[in-house]
Design a protein around this ligand. Sequence first.
Ligand code: ZN
Ligand code: ZN
Ligand code: FE
Length: 783
Amino acid sequence: MRNIELKRLLITIAGVVQGVGFRPFVYRLAAGSSLTGFVRNSSGVVEIEAQGEERNLERFLRQLQSDVPRGATISKLNSSERTCIEERGFRILSSEQSSPVGSQFAADFSICNECLLELEDPSNRRYRYPFINCASCGPRFSIIEDLPYDRVRTTMRKFQMCAECTAEYINPADRRFHAQAISCFSCGPTLTYLCDAAEAGKSNSRVSNALEAAIVALKGNAILAVKGLAGFHLMCRLNEQTIDKLRERKHRDRKPFAVLMKNTEMASKYFDLSQMGADLLQSAAAPIVLMKPLSQNSFPHNIAPGLTHIGVIFPSTPVQHLLLSGVNEPLLCTSANISDEPISISIETALHKLTDVADGFLDNDRDISARYDDSVLKPVTGGTSIIRRSRGIAPVPLGISTQSKQEVLAFGAFLKSAFCYVRGNDAYLSQHIGDLDNLEAEEFFLESLEAYAKLFRLTPSLVACDLHPDYLSTHLAARYSEEKKLPLVHVQHHHAHIVAIMAEHGLREPCLGVALDGTGYGLDGTIWGGEFLKVQYDSFERLGHFEYAPMSGAESAIKNPWRMTLGYISNLSGEEQAEFGAAIEDLLADFGISTVNLVKQQLQAKFNSPLTSSCGRLFDAVSALLGVCKQASYEGQAAAELEAIALPRFEGSGSLEKFLDESYPVDICNEETVLIQSSRILSCVNNDLKRGIDTCTVAARFHATIARLVYQTVATLSARTNINRVCFGGGVFQNELLIRLLRHQFNKSELSIYFASKAPSNDGGIALGQAMVALAKCGQLEI
Ligand code: ZN
Ligand code: ZN
Ligand code: FE
């Protein structure tokens, strides 16, 4: 070849490009276009020098961006010209061990299509091999002990690669090139089936053909604990009796379970897969996706009682795939734990904790180094809402456009806890840890905190936590900051919720924030949760809120929505209270006269009845008044079931408009602080009930009322402050219907609105906001 026809480019690619088979991908493209040069990982980016004919280089550049491997994302691609050199062939250079650890790194990936084909191909040497994987699928963070990501630093270390696997591992053209978890029947992990926890350790309890034994057990309606990528799952068939048995054993009354489906072919019998849901289901993260079934009778009623949506998940591991092929029907699939404790990752814990829950255990000897629950996503109008951010998504950092000058660690809140480190433009929001109310969760939290620091070389010099003095996370943060002698910044809960949204969307100017959620410690000592704020990173002003109502029995009111109904009613005049006569009798019939009287006395004496402006509690009160959910067995149940009965009313076109028109005539007190009169809403609901309006319509009107009041309040405040960007944060915004109603109104206005999309809107995303507020307050954020 003559030099004059050649051109050489230096191409650097940033994004999720390491640990996803990106270099072999580049190698194959380059070879296909007769290019010479090399590719290597360098300081968190992929660096390519490619030389060849101009049109070949152009095609190469196009394909680099259009054909990216599954799980990889390119955030930036730069190319510049270099002088051509004499060289032959295209090479993959080994990564520089000394280079800083790349911040962009892939999470655990579900089994890919190529591996699936091999899994089902009798002529392939990995036919039905339960641990088949390649450079673009399989475990990552769940097996890593340190970075850079090489087999010696993973739990796969103990499996010596056989000659055949080694040949694939070192061949740049092979799709298993540098696949750190590569293995096969002759060199990899093995499955074990234990049929009885009590028999564990005895040789006769280990069945030789573990997979077959598990399939037989499942078919016989057993409940199995099955080791997954990043934790054990409980699985069983989808029949009413077995689900009831599982609920009883797991102490899980009504909280929904997810359903494991083999593929789109199976799922399309139950769901309309033309929606965005199908893409999410098939994505490398393989999350649980909340979808509405084609028919409400497709599933046993006790899978997700009182809800319209069912959580669906596709297999994340070959083992799950083989199980589904064996039973040939969908299976129930849920995290293997008791109540809200962390998911089990070792067979020892699983046997110890789940002796009375599982009938059999399908284990394997590939150790899990970090636990991740399944992530939960919900397609909503205008995007995807992340309900739980975990396997397949964490710990890949969220990119933020504001630059931090210092490293910070935020400890989150109490429910759905997650911590967050921020360094530069990267926010390392941890996986879902769970409610910080048991020793196991505390250990999981602290373990993960350490693991992130070690993996990503994080050394925070600033600490942030919630304002609540009694949260365990606040105590842990105080201890951490004391031990390490670091400043600690307490951040108001709803300030953090809104700043999390601002950070996610790169908003720099002051915004209006609507924080609607369950509970958060307020500046005035009351419990906030229905707040209208003017927010900057380092400060906020409270411009309005929902009316305060007493929570009789404090925490007890959260589990007993009926207590909130009485709480709101107690705000009304005696005459207005009397109007509730019949409804209240119905409501309270279940609870016994002495309990009811006790609550009434508490309210009258203002004893153990802290005040709250929480919008979540208002949903609870209405849900109970309508008889939808008077007692909650899981967080958010009353609101979720209220939304579920309202949703079908919004099916026809124009129904949004119709219900907004029918929303209740409730005034907003337009004083210096704007006040929404929540207890008046209960009066209106009660009037509808007395007129015999059906509960679904009332629930629809209630949603429309909240949406209209929020819109009006924001419009008022926007006019007052001249701010036209509005951020919505807090757990209430998991409510899809409310989001639809809000979008509908705001789309017609001049205001720009922002919801959470990369981090959860609930307390699972609050640590991100805390970190940003702390940085700003200390002058460490470049805005
Ligand atoms: Zn694969
Ligand atoms: Zn092998
Ligand atoms: Fe919250």
